[in-house]
Design a protein around this ligand. Structure first.
Ligand SMILES: [Zn+2]
Length: 355
């Protein structure tokens, strides 16, 4: 079956392992939730709101400003129904582009307030994801984020993640402003997570140097690294990551939006891929970066010289990097290969004999 590339990309079973709930709420939903719950936004219509939250419309480029745009979106997450709806609609959006593994992340301690305890927040999001995975053909998992600027809250988030392990939580993450908050600061806070064999991913090397990635590996035993842009500074680090099969969660548009990478053509993903790293493609914040996994793959083809056979390999990296039991991963890899054999020429199916 010969499909043109956009069709092929649309139909390809995909993963999105680095996707923040707060930055991926539909603009229309943000407006409706604000109106229902009396929350003030900088605009009361879609076009006006998009000027504030879709990052390419904003004049400055920095991680701090990017995080400010996310704050506008997540200001509407104030009720159990709002969390449920945001999570459920994210499943709908991912399923619409044939994402088959969706790992959603958020920092529950950011939203705690009188009348809205942490367990209510967690259970609302988990219920939304569970309903999404029941109504659509996708597997969902929740990654609980600790907050870089607050060690105590990160420790609370770590305990919370462990409490919901096996009930939808599949991993733990450290997120937020990176500079000045090196991973070693959270060594003690994440201990319960490690002691319970809950896998950890860490935002590292997005605005800080490769030393931040080294610390994520040393002190937090990270199994995946979010962004990892500064990995390009060190051939030794690249080799280490390759040998250890530690995955890089690449988020191309987000890296341009935050100024972490200056232009698409200079994004290090090309090097990472050629060096054999387990790099996978993700959205980060679907609303803020106005993107989908399909759009991210299209950027690789249009701007970075990737071909279908490369996309095929990257998509498999996503399945291999997912925080799920290996039996299910193997089954999804087999299904993926069957699909690929039916849609690609034999010479496009490069033998991927890496673990
Ligand atoms: Zn992120």
């Amino acid at each position: 079956m010969a499909l043109d590339i956009p069709d092929w990309l649309h139909h390809m079973p995909k993963t999105d392992l680095h996707c923040h709930l707060g930055g991926s709420i539909r603009p229309q939903t943000i407006l409706e939730l604000a109106s229902q719950n009396g929350i003030k936004l900088p605009a009361d219509n879609i076009d006006g709101l998009r000027q504030h939250i879709v990052y390419k419309n904003r004049p400055r480029k920095s991680l701090a400003d990017y995080l400010d745009a996310i704050k506008i979106c997540e200001s509407v997450l104030t009720t159990p129904d709002a969390f449920y709806r945001a999570a459920y609609e994210l499943c709908q959006d991912a399923a619409a582009e044939n994402v088959e593994i969706l790992e959603v992340r958020f920092g529950p301690t950011n939203y705690e307030r009188p009348g809205l305890p942490l367990y209510t927040i967690m259970e609302s999001v988990l219920a939304g994801l569970e309903a999404g995975s029941r109504d659509y053909p996708l597997h969902t998992g929740l990654i609980v984020c600790g907050i870089r600027t607050d060690i105590q809250k990160t420790a609370e988030a770590a305990e919370l993640a462990v409490n919901y392990q096996g009930s939808g939580v599949v991993g733990f993450d450290i997120a937020g402003k990176e500079n000045g908050y090196r991973p070693h600061l959270f060594e003690k806070a994440v201990k319960p997570v490690l002691h319970n064999f809950l896998p950890i991913t860490v935002h590292a090397g997005e605005e800080d140097s490769v030393a931040s990635i080294a610390e994520a590996l040393i002190y937090l035993n990270a199994r995946r690294i979010g962004h990892g842009v500064s990995l390009r500074e060190s051939p030794k680090a690249l080799e280490y990551m390759d040998n250890a099969r530690i995955a890089i969660e690449s988020c191309i548009t987000s890296n341009i939006d935050t100024g972490s990478v200056q232009t698409l053509s200079t994004h290090p993903i090309r090097t990472y891929y050629q060096d054999g790293l387990r790099v996978c493609i993700n959205t980060d914040n679907r609303t803020i970066s106005d993107t989908t996994v399909t759009k991210e793959y299209m950027l690789l083809i249009e701007h970075l010289g990737f071909q279908q056979k490369d996309i095929y390999t990257l998509a498999k990296h996503g399945i291999k990097a997912a925080f799920m039991e290996s039996k299910r991963q193997r089954s999804l890899l087999n299904t993926f290969d069957t699909w690929a054999r039916a849609t690609l020429e034999p010479e496009q199916l490069e033998r991927d004999n890496r673990l």
